[in-house]
Ligand binder design. Structure first.
Ligand code: ADP
Ligand code: MG
Length: 709
């Protein structure tokens, strides 16, 4: 389908709007749709417009003779119309034959206005631009852009910008041109900073931007496309520098903030008593990260630490030990988890560990009864609860801590940046900041850690507790479902329990997925005498809890569930996990799910059931994911492969969507620029603090908060 040219009325409106845009910001009162579209693209300041770079370019700088045209190329020709007719076979169309003296070409239009037909009458001299194809009838062009011949040819390539509906290219071009002309593009990069680090002299910012918006036709298009052109290098270096500066700045700002000093006081401390009461010995890795955290907490500078450790590596107990340091010093600790089920598990575990030692643990969740909630809020406000566990409810406004000193966030990647910020601001009003500990089972690859998390300290648990049996992972076609059910019988006979995970129930209708309810009936029928439970996100909380309790106690043999069990569920007797439609899950999600088994001594297995639907075989990325799962159970290796398959944008999830952080630089290929930016940032902050501030404001505008979260 081709898009009809805009109606004259629309054209007029766009023209008027374009005039406004050039006239400047001050006059804007009523926003036109195009202006709203500009804002939707985040193009508010002149500098934003100047940094809105073309996706590609069109070459209108030269005329190609038809005899020199190449099949499939995009060319601009200048020629005389020698014939023009409307035919109706196979459908109504305008056929215009043109001759440029070297050869002829047929221009074909399915949508056209009478005015267009008139402009293309026999004898007219025209310019036409489009993709040219050879064929039975000689050269043809489908729906070329046409206009009267003559007039000067532009000297630069014509930019084509990323845009949205309601924002035509000509309008956007003018707006960008205006922004580029008005924006303050004075260099913020002092020569000694770029030269000292040994970065080749790059174009200055104004040169680079002007060039990228309007490159001269002799440029290597390949260099523009793969962003290796020096102008691109300049922009990427600037962008990475802004990111590093902003993170370094927030690190230094934090160094001036005060947090409570939390220190264990030797024998008889809560910390010692919890250690002594645990039914297991800490692993060496748990001890090491515990010391790293304790070291931070004993300092008056707020901690900002990420604790990463594979699924089942035992992060919860490390968090509990950190909490004891805080509570023992007379302060409060909050632990927040992304789902109610996970928060509930934490709550039970922590109550089990800490209440015998005299610590009061409060519980906060959205689904709580009013009375219970009021009671909890009281405990928290009066400081009677040393530890508060819950979901997002923990950061709601009504929650007043008496003296919060440590905030722990589990599975931090599932929280939005704004939520993390809110938790950090939950202090008791004074100048005191809480220490922040984030936990994740999705390890962050090194280049990402160096760039996005540069102001975080990272602790890593790199070993699993002893006695875990390795999980055998099998990738099995849906056609062998019966064999899988047979395998479930075997596990149940051996006294084990089984998880069966289905994709989201919300999507099941639309995507024709086997939904959890159907699977639940199927398994109930196939396994007479066995309690088969069902858990999905639409169930009321109380019902969810009841189902989980039956499974945890071992009465329920099989739990059919949507991904609500993804994080944190801990039932060591479960030895088999079946994941249905495994091809629809992301890699880290599959890994998290698999981590629910293999928690006890029994040999455990994970079956990834896949279905190709109508397709002859699985898509390439789905295949790569399942292959990775079958080949390794190492979370770090999984994360590396995930990054390979998905790229950093998706990998970062919420953090990325909070702000378009790296638009130009590519961490996979621009490692040398990243290394440069990391070295340049501290020098620049020390020697040129004002330029550094200007640089960050230019590149990040109001987004810097997101970088600090
Ligand atoms: P995750 O890191 O995935 O959050 P958990 O904290 O839930 O892992 O721990 C998984 C299981 O391992 C829990 O049952 C926990 O009590 C147990 N565990 C933790 N540390 C040890 C240890 N050092 N030795 C034996 N079991 C441990
Ligand atoms: Mg956990």
């Amino acid at each position: 389908m081709t898009v009809p040219p805009p109606a004259p009325a629309r054209k007029k409106a766009a023209k008027a709007a374009a005039k406004d845009a050039v006239a400047g910001e001050a006059k804007r009162v009523d926003k036109s749709p195009a202006q709203k579209a500009l804002e939707k693209l985040g193009l508010k300041r002149d500098i934003d417009l100047a940094l809105h770079l073309p996706l590609r370019y069109e070459d209108e700088t030269r005329i190609t003779r038809l005899v020199d045209a190449r099949e499939g190329g995009t060319v601009q020709i200048e020629a005389t119309v020698t014939a023009s007719e409307v035919t109706f076979r196979p459908r109504r169309q305008l056929l215009v034959t043109v001759d440029d003296g070297s050869d002829t070409c047929v221009l074909r239009f399915f949508n056209f206005y009478p005015s267009q037909q008139k402009a293309l009458a026999v004898g007219a001299r025209i310019r036409a631009r489009g993709e040219i194809r050879g064929g039975f009838m000689g050269w043809t062009m489908m729906h070329p852009h046409t206009r009267a011949a003559g007039g000067e040819l532009p000297t630069a390539l014509t930019p084509v910008y990323p845009t949205v509906a309601g924002l035509p290219q000509p309008y956007l071009r003018k707006a960008v041109l205006g922004g580029l002309a008005r924006a303050d593009l004075v260099d913020t990069l002092p020569a000694d900073i770029s030269s000292q680090i040994g970065l080749k002299p790059l174009w200055n910012l104004r040169q680079a931007l002007s060039f990228l918006h309007h490159p001269t036709p002799d440029v290597s298009l390949a260099q523009l496309e793969d962003h290796s052109h020096p102008a691109w290098q300049r922009l990427k270096a600037e962008e990475l520098l802004a990111q590093q500066l902003s993170q370094l700045q927030s690190r230094r700002e934090r160094a001036h903030l005060r947090a409570p000093v939390l220190r264990a006081d030797g024998a008889g401390s809560l910390h010692e008593r919890l250690l002594a009461s645990l039914p297991f010995q800490l692993t060496a890795a748990q001890r090491r990260v515990g010391e790293e955290i304790a070291h931070d907490l004993a300092d008056a500078v707020p901690m900002h630490r990420l604790l990463q450790g594979d699924v089942g590596s035992g992060k919860t107990v490390v968090a509990a030990l950190a909490a004891t340091l805080c509570i023992d010093a007379g302060w409060q600790c909050a632990l927040m988890a992304p789902t109610e089920i996970l928060a509930d598990q934490h709550f039970r575990k922590l109550v089990g560990w800490l209440e015998p030692l005299g610590v009061r643990v409060a519980w906060l969740t959205g689904s709580q009864k009013k009375k219970e909630r009021a009671e909890m809020l009281g405990l928290i406000e009066r400081g009677e609860a040393g530890l508060v566990v819950g979901t997002h409810a923990v950061i709601q406004e009504q929650v007043q801590f008496r003296n919060l000193a440590l905030a722990i966030i589990d599975e931090q990647h599932r929280f939005g940046v704004a939520q993390r910020l809110a938790l950090r601001s939950k202090t008791n009003g004074d100048e005191v900041e809480p220490h922040l500990l984030m936990m994740t089972a999705t390890p962050i690859p090194r280049t990402l850690a160096m760039s996005y998390y540069a102001d975080l300290d990272v602790s890593t648990i790199d070993e699993l507790p002893p006695g875990r049996s390795p999980i055998v992972t099998k990738v099995v076609s849906e056609q062998r479902r019966d064999e899988v059910i047979e395998r479930i019988r075997g596990q149940l006979a051996a006294g084990r329990q089984v998880y069966w995970v289905c994709p989201l129930i919300e999507e099941s209708e639309a995507l024709d997925l086997t939904n959890a309810t159907a699977t639940h009936s199927e398994l109930s029928e196939a396994l007479p005498g066995v309690m088969v439970g069902l858990l999905h996100s639409r169930m009321p909380t109380a019902e969810k809890k009841a189902v989980m309790a039956l499974f945890t106690s071992g009465q329920m043999g099989v739990l059919v569930s949507t991904t609500v069990i993804e994080v944190g569920v801990d039932v060591p007797n479960a030895s088999l996990m079946v994941i249905e439609h495994a091809e629809r899950f992301g890699l880290s999600q599959l890994h998290q799910l698999r981590g629910r088994v293999g928690r006890g001594a029994a040999a455990s297995a994970c079956v990834l059931l896949y279905s190709t639907g109508d397709a002859p075989r699985l898509g390439e990325t789905a295949r790569a994911r399942l292959k990775a799962m079958a080949e390794t159970s190492d979370g770090f290796e999984i994360a590396r492969r995930d990054l390979d398959i998905r790229g950093p944008g998706e990998f970062l999830g919420a953090r990325q969507s909070g702000a378009a952080l790296l638009r130009f630089a590519d961490l996979a290929t621009d490692t040398h620029l990243l290394a440069w930016a990391r070295e340049a940032a501290p020098l620049m902050l020390d020697r040129y603090p004002e330029l550094a501030a200007k640089h960050v404001a230019r590149w990040l505008g109001g987004k810097t908060d997101y970088l600090k979260a």
